[in-house]
Write a protein that binds this ligand. Structure first.
Ligand code: PMP
Length: 367
């Protein structure tokens, strides 16, 4: 039987596995950091209206520059990010994964490298590989915060073209201080200069403000965001970035023409009309996240400080066996391959109760 390796694929893809969070059909799914709340009916109706409008002109290509959508995203960032952002500062794509891909196609690529501080979001390394960008795995401290000195040294030693800083970090939940970003930005400019990407996919759940104001006067700094988490719209596939307008101009060189469909643009615009309702769910999820942290600690687990809608908890002698035992009780969490640790997404109060019951039982069994 013909397999992948019998095909004339690129050498660096041989023997590799695709991104694959298991999509299992279990009652409680707390494994992919999704928002557990379905969109409110009022918004569903508004999406239907706006999509119907868009459908009438589907014979035409969509607005290639997505100007109306970028203007609304800029208004959202200005309102919540404590920093004025204009349409020219914003670019949008199919999920922040595509934003990252476009940035790597523009600033990375063959003969160039990117660095991230691991454990972190595994797609940074995978998209690097997919775009022919060399990957450098940078260090992190025992407590999962960025080790500033070691990171500065790694940047100086490797002079990467792209630096990833994930705040809050996935899978650990750790937020990054502005001073750390500034130190790494300076190191990256001195070494190359290189593009620094702050991945803020989870920032709406943070106790801290967005790092967005740091883009001011720093043309090589990009903040990447998504509607998949706080807006509860993972199925929409809408990510965006904020940066100097020159960065937005630069990604035009690699973006596919009409990459963002008229249906996507219409749906995202409808969701942005309901920002306040959707951000209300964020407040509920933050409260549930804090409850999970407190209860996990009370049960006797270690928990990494979380600024996201998920929590890293442990420690387990064998995290994969623990993952399976939690799954056997109908609760799917995530084994990210961080030795000793698992990750759970904050769900609805009922889902979280089911999770707590499962990990309480596991703790008893292990004592
Ligand atoms: N960045 C981080 C840190 C993430 O965890 C995720 C999703 N898990 C993404 C980016 C990508 O999200 P999306 O493509 O849905 O915007």
């Amino acid at each position: 039987m013909t397999g992948i390796d019998d095909l004339p694929i690129r050498e660096e893809l041989r023997g590799k596995t695709p991104y694959g969070a298991p999509q299992l059909d279990v009652p409680v799914q707390l494994n992919t950091n999704e928002n557990p709340y379905e969109l409110p009916e009022e918004l569903v109706r508004r999406i239907a209206e706006r999509v119907a409008d868009a459908a009438r002109t589907l014979n035409r290509y969509p607005d290639r520059d997505a100007v109306e959508l970028r203007t609304e995203l800029a208004a959202y960032l200005t309102r919540t990010g404590k920093h004025p952002v204009a349409t020219e500062n914003v670019w949008a794509a199919n999920g922040s994964n595509e934003i990252i891909q476009q940035l790597l196609q523009t600033f990375g690529g063959p003969g160039r490298t990117a660095i991230g501080f691991e454990p972190s979001y595994s797609m940074h390394a995978l998209i690097s590989r997919g775009t022919g960008t060399g990957w450098i795995s940078g260090p992190r401290r025992e407590d999962f915060r960025v080790d500033v000195e070691a990171a500065e040294q790694a940047i100086a030693a490797h002079a990467p073209d792209v630096v990833f800083i994930t705040s809050p970090n996935n899978p650990t939940g750790t937020a990054v201080e502005a001073e750390t970003v500034l130190a790494l930005y300076e190191a990256a400019q001195a070494a190359k200069p290189s593009l620094v990407i702050i991945d803020e996919a989870y920032v709406e759940f943070s106790h801290r403000d967005s790092l967005l104001p740091l883009i001011e006067g720093r043309p090589n700094l990009v903040v990447s965001r998504t509607m998949s988490k706080a807006f509860g719209a993972a199925g929409l596939r809408l990510g965006y970035l904020a940066a100097h307008p020159a960065v937005v101009d630069a990604v035009q060189l690699v973006r596919l023409p009409y990459h963002l469909s008229a249906v996507t643009q219409a749906t995202a615009l409808a969701a942005l009309e309901h920002t306040d309702t959707l951000l209300g769910y964020v407040e509920q999820l933050k409260a549930e996240r804090d409850r999970l942290v407190a209860e996990l600690r009370a049960i006797g687990y270690e928990v990494t400080e979380s600024d996201a809608n998920f929590i890293q908890f442990g420690k387990f002698e064998d995290a994969h066996t623990a993952w399976q035992k939690i799954l056997d009780q109908g609760v799917l969490v995530r084994d990210n391959g961080v030795p000793g640790w698992l990750r759970v997404t904050a769900g609805t109060p009922a889902e979280n109760d089911a999770f707590l019951e499962a990990v309480r039982a596991l703790k008893k069994e292990q004592q």
